[in-house]
Design a protein around this ligand. Structure first.
Ligand SMILES: [Zn+2]
Ligand SMILES: [Zn+2]
Ligand SMILES: [Zn+2]
Length: 138
């Protein structure tokens, strides 16, 4: 059993998925990552990409959030606690500091909650995407 688990954790596919994810500073969909791997000549299947991405999220090696169309978007992030500022058009991501981590604790305590975890992400349109939109509107 231990052998199987080890094999699962260290498959070449997972290494490839993780490496491709680390090359992207943006949040990207499984579909997009799959496209990149295939373009590089990888024979990997979409289901395998999904499975490996979810395993990376479970292991804390990747963050996941929901895109505008309801699709899951993935990013390889640092271990330290952080928040995201994400472009809704291209997925460009900046790690930002919220006004105060204490506020989160206090807000939970004020309502009699014991804080377990929190997610605070901010969504907008990056300057490139905003410029592209302005261009289209002309
Ligand atoms: Zn992150
Ligand atoms: Zn953008
Ligand atoms: Zn926080």
């Amino acid at each position: 059993m231990g052998m199987m688990e080890k094999a699962r954790r260290h498959t070449p596919q997972k290494t490839a998925v993780q490496a491709a994810l680390e090359r992207s500073a943006h949040f990207i969909s499984a579909q997009e990552l799959f496209g990149r791997l295939r373009a590089e000549g990888s024979p990997i299947g979409l289901a395998t990409v999904y499975r490996n991405l979810n395993e990376l999220v479970e292991a804390g090696a990747a963050d996941v959030l929901q895109g505008d169309a309801g699709e899951q978007l993935f990013r390889s992030c640092g271990d330290a606690h952080h928040h995201h500022l994400v472009c809704v058009d291209c997925g460009r991501t900046v790690e930002i500091d919220p006004p105060s981590e204490e506020w989160v604790q206090q807000a939970a305590a004020d309502h009699g909650f014991v804080l377990v975890r929190h997610v605070l992400d901010v969504f907008g349109r990056c300057s490139d995407c905003e410029a592209a939109r302005a261009q289209l509107a002309q």
